[in-house]
Write a protein that binds this ligand. Structure first.
Ligand SMILES: [Zn+2]
Length: 226
């Protein structure tokens, strides 16, 4: 009976991902129950924080779902999820300020954000086509095709790697903006820190997971050559 032991490589990434997800959900659940004393709704706060940085004119809009908050640099749109948009909780403040951090990155021409935005189309192709092309390469016993698949998956890994400085930097900017504003107590700021640290861990977990998958593809390819 043939057993592909490389499948075991998927397990640490999966466990790390689940652990990080659980951690971020717990932090979010806890701090979305705690309201900030100032009580400024997240959507209002984002506008205020960015105005202080000289950033105006971007669209701030609500988006359905939980933890679906994001900033789209191409449309210059900052989307806040239902639980965040009108909320003044510590969690909402953290999430909203983090997205404002991304908006600030665009206006500062932060190089890793530009790079990440630039490679998105190739990465989308890579994540869609890498495995099918790799498997086709194995099926037809045609090595070049196999390596095209691996190369495409390499783009996914690269994207995940570039995402790390982009995310850490957005949280760093978020904290600086919140501290500068003077609106928040030390306790509120440390709550924000907990939420943002947990969120950052999910990106680290994603990177570890795709890196291990790349290793797996390389191991499978190498075994077939022998
Ligand atoms: Zn982010």
């Amino acid at each position: 009976m043939y057993f592909d032991w490389t499948v075991l490589l998927a397990i640490p990434g999966l466990l790390l991902g689940l652990w990080a997800q659980a951690k971020v959900k717990r932090a979010y659940a806890k701090y979305s129950q705690i309201n900030t004393q100032r009580g400024i709704p997240a959507q209002e706060l984002v506008r205020m924080l960015l105005e202080r940085q000289g950033v105006t004119g971007l669209t701030i809009q609500p988006v359905a779902g939980q933890m679906t908050d994001h900033y789209d640099p191409r449309k210059d749109t900052l989307a806040l999820s239902q639980g965040v948009y009108g909320s003044a909780s510590v969690a909402a403040v953290g999430v909203a300020a983090h997205e404002a951090g991304h908006a600030l990155q665009k206006y500062d021409h932060y190089p890793y954000l530009s790079l990440r935005t630039f490679i998105v189309p190739a990465v989308n192709l890579g994540s869609f086509a890498a495995w099918p092309i790799f498997l086709a390469g194995i099926f037809f016993s045609w090595d070049p095709l196999m390596y095209v698949g691996i190369g495409l998956f390499g783009l996914v890994v690269l994207f995940s790697l570039i995402t790390l400085p982009v995310e850490f930097d957005a949280s760093r900017r978020a904290k600086a903006m919140l501290v500068d504003s003077g609106y928040f107590t030390q306790e509120e700021l440390s709550g924000v820190q907990s939420v943002l640290t947990a969120a950052a861990l999910t990106y680290v977990a994603s990177f570890v997971s795709v890196l291990l998958q790349l290793l797996r593809l390389l191991l499978i390819a190498q075994r077939r050559r022998r």
